[in-house]
Design a protein around this ligand. Sequence first.
Ligand code: AMP
Length: 372
Amino acid sequence: MTRRAPSPTLQPGDTVGILGGGQLGRMLSLAAASLGLRTHIYCPDEDCPASHVSARFTQAAYDDEKALKDFAAAVDVVTYEFENVPVDAVAVLEAAGATVRPGAMALEKAQDRLVEKQFVRSLGVATADFHGVDDLAALEQGLKEVGRPAILKTRRLGYDGKGQTRLTDPDIDLHASFEKAVAYAWAEVGAAPSILEAFVPFEREISIIGARAADGDIRLYDPIENVHASGILKTSTAPARVAPETRAEAEQATVAILKALDYAGVIGVEFFVLPGGAVVVNEMAPRVHNSGHLTADACAVSQFEQHIRAVAGWPLGDPARHSDAVMENLIGDEVGKWRDIVREANAALHLYGKGEARPGRKMGHVTRLTST
Ligand code: AMP
């Protein structure tokens, strides 16, 4: 594999273009500003959280070729803050001369849960058993192969537990017949191309936030332990309660993924830890990751700064943790807790500047620090 040339290298005052304008783009922009870099947000939504804290904002659709070309001309490197950026938009930017980091390959692999699992398996890394599902017959066949309970997920555009449904024996009893339960599950995912996964009886969930520089240098943050509720991340804790062998296995998988993608930037890889300590990859996010938010307060160099360093062609920073930390997402109405959190010692509050606190919407987070 050819190694990407370590250029462009940005200078203070240069501009990082970011596709997507949510809270991740906002925190990337704040980190870039600390390094003397500017950011230019490209996002279809008006008044998006990142636009409040960036030097420039283009509000345009991802298929607006003219706007994409103007954006490419206005920035020194392009990155993205969510994995559902259309690959075609990246192709337009690259054709217009922009360097996009991480590249389109990472997007292609991460946008489709089936392609992602096949890619991870091709590296010799374990995943849940899975079966591609394009129609009802394939779903019935898949259930025979992967067994029950199982989870049916849309291949594309699923996140935070959306586009997913479980198939358990009680579900099947509820629907009176196997056929009816299967038809119901298929309707639940909108009869869209999907993947059926065996349910993994995990002991805990962890993630590794890793970074690879444009010159190939790799740094990993300590494993983080995650708790989800209704498919949405609730808390992240460092250090994670994992044996050294489990940590090593998760780290090796992350390094293999970073190298295979010839990656530049920060990646978040989510793992299930099995009762015996073995790990299987659940999914990877080719961007800064919610579980890595605690690095902003528990490490000298946050995942956000690390990502900006990587895409700017700078050396990576030290990912060592100076404090233990628990990050709690403030979801929907929970954002109202800010009034109490601001009175707490050793609690770092981050609010995303979003208007309406809709159910399930990530409005902010708090990271509580204790000494290591
Ligand atoms: P995902 O959107 O794929 O990250 O799924 C969200 C959450 O659902 C995960 O973090 C797990 O808690 C749970 N989950 C997803 N897939 C599986 C699986 N195959 N087995 C067990 N739990 C799962």
